[in-house]
Design a protein around this ligand. Structure first.
Ligand SMILES: Nc1ncnc2c1ncn2[C@@H]1O[C@H](COP(=O)(O)OP(=O)(O)OP(=O)(O)O)[C@@H](O)[C@H]1O
Ligand SMILES: [Mg+2]
Length: 353
């Protein structure tokens, strides 16, 4: 009765628990948290010192007893305890302004396609012990497609490519389900590592990950740019051990990224090859949609479009598509029940506390 009065999903939240970023959407409020999935821990006491942006700023600058950890790797939980603490921190932050009497929230979380039962259970357990009453998991590309407002329930082929930090997920969705897909671990983090490796091999410079990410974002590209770009790259000379600065160009960084870009493109083509021809015809007509932070790599849309011979567009605000998709699901419990991944705890319904 009370439940009906407040609405089935009154104060519920959607979470994109990403390798690089965690986003939280609250029903009727919108996006309230958008922070790096990074935690700083005192390794002597296990105490959490900072979460999110503040913790990310500490990376590479900490004394021995402080560890800056990314608890998710390749899109799944690698450090359960820290993930749970991070989620608890974010969920409590969201609920800080609410009455103590308010019930625990229902939570919808986006998870990778290629998730094992053990990993599914880890996500459910982490969310439940962080204070949720009920948890529903939905596949990230599905959430991304919903967030990008694609007509996923229709008998139409929609191709979505979600390029995050840890995983690139390529999926063809029709009639509310994923028809064909590929999930690979070549995504934003790998591109950043390619730049670190390139700086080491070509310039003998040891480059920090955060600097490498900045290089990728500012001048990284997957196809030739209209205007050439360059920037200073600062790191430690591997031979002298001293600080060194050199100027790199967009074409050098493009070369550093080329192999990973090619891997992504080959997997897009392979997914298309496995897709039934009717759906390929729809995709050909409607185009491919890119989401996730990696979608913003300059010229990636062009490179994919050229290789696949299909138009490609970047979704509006690609970094928030997954979480906005979970938000749409909070408004639509009937559809959520249909598309939610079965719980690892009980296959008959959502996981509950
Ligand atoms: N402008 C940009 N150009 C290139 N890459 C970018 C840009 N902005 C963000 N990125 C990259 O996008 C990645 C983060 O994207 P996103 O937040 O979608 O990942 P995630 O959802 O946390 O990861 P996953 O889905 O794999 O778990 C990072 O690797 C980041 O460096
Ligand atoms: Mg993601």
């Amino acid at each position: 009765m009370i439940k009906r009065f407040f609405g089935a999903f009154s104060r519920d939240i959607g979470i994109d628990l990403g390798t690089a970023n965690t986003l939280v959407f609250v029903k009727d409020k919108g996006l309230v948290i958008n922070e790096p999935s990074v935690v700083a821990v005192n390794s002597r006491t296990g105490q959490i010192l900072a979460v999110g942006r503040e913790a990310k700023e500490m990376a590479g600058k900490t004394p021995a007893h402080i560890a800056v950890v990314r608890p998710l790797l390749k899109g799944v939980i690698s450090d359960f305890e820290v993930t749970e603490k991070m989620l608890k921190y974010f969920i409590q932050k969201v609920h800080a302004d609410r009455s103590m009497l308010a019930p625990a929230p229902r939570v919808v979380v986006g998870v990778p396609l290629e998730i094992t039962e053990v990993e599914r259970k880890a996500v459910e357990d982490a969310v439940l012990s962080a204070g949720a009453r009920e948890v529903y998991l939905i596949e990230e590309p599905m959430a991304a497609a919903i967030g990008a407002r694609l007509p996923i329930e229709d008998a139409i082929g929609n191709m979505i490519i979600d390029i995050g930090g840890g995983t690139t997920e390529i999926a063809v969705i029709s009639l509310g389900g994923v028809v064909t897909w590929k999930s690979i671990h070549v995504a934003g983090d790998e591109l950043t590592r390619n730049i670190v490796q390139y700086a080491r091999d070509v310039f003998s410079i040891l480059l920090g990950e955060r600097n490498a990410e900045q290089v990728k974002i500012r001048i990284g590209s997957a196809s030739e740019l209209d205007e050439p770009l360059e920037m200073a790259l600062r790191g430690r000379d591997l031979i002298s051990g001293l600080p060194k600065e050199i100027i790199v160009t967009d074409s050098q960084i493009r070369e550093a990224l080329a192999r990973s870009v090619k891997t992504i493109i080959e997997n897009v083509k392979a997914t298309l090859e496995n897709t039934p021809p009717e759906l390929v015809a729809d995709i050909y007509e409607r185009g491919i949609v890119l989401t996730g932070g990696g979608a913003l790599l300059k010229g990636l849309d062009k490179a994919i479009s050229r290789a696949a011979q299909i138009p490609v567009r970047i979704a509006d605000d690609p970094l928030t598509c997954v979480v906005r998709g979970t938000g749409v699901m909070l408004e639509n419990p009937a559809l959520l029940k249909i598309i939610a991944v079965p719980s690892a705890r009980d296959d008959r319904g959502p996981a509950t506390a």
